[in-house]
Design a protein around this ligand. Structure first.
Ligand code: NI
Length: 388
């Protein structure tokens, strides 16, 4: 089949679906209406599905052969951002917005499902369509996988609408795509007292400031300069008045790297610095390191297959090289278990006002990209079924 032509038949559907989801965004783990709408569409297509972890959905489309089993995954949640752009399909859920393009992801997977459903007797595989909740909370993928109901996948394909690449291009480079992403809460425990008499107190702000400073030595003095390492303290709260030492300071931050070995070592390095700095200045601490999702790393073989798929759809000039990016993505849990590929689907178009970054209150995407993404799901599946 000519995949691009088949997908183009459903362009109006893809746009309508994307706008519908855009109008009704829902936060992580609250995607009830979104999931219901996805399931209605699957019912219409006659594709059986099961509900997983509440708002997740796994649909199974059987082709002529049971194997290979190929997973196509999208995420479905929105963000707590107030949309400011005037659009006919602007968010109707005040303070919640599809600012990460997951509305487009759902639309692309449903559109791919339409085409695959039309051609099910041409498929030499089993397709699992995975609609994953709570990517933004970075725990939807793992929760779904832990149920065991995803089963074994011979290969898996995910994608993100990508405003850093022009619409009409796709990047499927092998190796690191997104860094790992961990978060931390640090409580510096001092001793409160009068601002005029520091000798009776242990000032948690002073100690916290030393900790913030010392943590930067990890990236600048402890790890290999060839490794990407980001250790950021992003909140620092303490104190009530200009002449009172607080009892505690609360800090929080995030940690990123592409290197899986370093990912394991980072919490230890960070705690060592917090512990010894606190000891040096007579303070105590609590350290909570959580939500440590792995880096998203594309399998080389799958990237090669995917590069061929992109060229078939968009020509040589449609295949873009793009270095990895220091964001987090919980599709990494799929790629830890199964060989697969994560694609960046260009959606930038300045002439349509679509040039804002993901998570921006004015984010919007060039809807022409929906066709490319949907077509890529289908083409990758057709190309991969011959290889596994
Ligand atoms: Ni996203």
């Amino acid at each position: 089949m000519n995949v691009l032509e088949e997908v183009k038949k459903y362009k109006d559907y893809a746009v309508a679906m994307r706008r519908e989801f855009h109008r009704h965004p829902e936060l992580s783990w609250q995607e009830t209406e979104t999931a219901a709408r996805i399931r209605r569409e699957l019912d219409e297509m006659g594709i059986p599905y099961e509900e997983v972890v509440g708002t997740g959905t796994i649909a199974t489309l059987k082709g002529k052969k049971d194997h290979p089993v190929i997973g196509l995954r999208c995420d479905i949640d929105a963000l707590p951002i107030k949309e400011v752009k005037e659009l006919p399909y602007r968010s109707e859920n005040d303070g919640v917005m599809h600012a990460c393009g997951h509305d487009g992801h759902i639309s692309m997977l449903l559109t791919a499902a339409k085409v695959l459903s039309d051609h099910r007797d041409e498929l030499n595989c089993t397709v699992k369509l995975i609609f994953q909740p709570a990517e933004e909370k970075t725990n939807g993928a793992l929760k779904m996988l832990e149920t065991g109901r995803v089963g074994h996948l011979d290969t898996v394909c995910g994608m993100h609408i990508f405003p850093f690449l022009d619409a009409g291009t796709i990047s499927v480079d092998p190796g690191p795509r997104y860094t790992s992403a961990a978060f931390m809460n640090i409580t510096i425990k001092g001793r409160s007292g009068h601002g005029a008499m520091p000798h009776y107190a242990v000032d948690p702000i002073y100690v916290g400031a030393k900790v913030v400073d010392a943590l930067q030595s990890i990236a600048s003095r402890e790890t290999n300069a060839m490794d990407t390492v980001v250790v950021s303290i992003c909140t620092f709260h303490s104190g009530t008045m200009a002449n009172i030492f607080a009892e505690t300071a609360e800090l929080s931050g995030t940690v990123r790297t592409f290197n899986p070995e370093l990912r394991k070592q980072l919490p230890g390095m960070i705690e060592r610095i917090i512990k010894s700095t606190c000891e040096a200045y007579r303070a105590d601490y609590e350290f909570d390191y959580y939500c440590d999702i792995p880096a998203t790393i594309n399998d080389e073989h799958c990237s090669e297959i995917a590069a061929g798929s992109v060229k078939k759809l968009l020509g040589e000039e449609g295949l873009m090289k793009y270095a990895g990016t220091p964001g987090g993505e919980d599709f990494s849990y799929f790629l830890e278990r199964f060989p697969g590929v994560y694609a960046f689907v260009g959606c930038r178009n300045e002439s349509k006002g679509c040039s804002y970054s993901l998570h921006h209150e004015r984010f919007d995407l060039d809807e022409d990209a929906l066709v490319n993404g949907a077509a890529f799901y289908v083409q990758y599946l057709l190309d991969a079924q011959e290889q596994f």
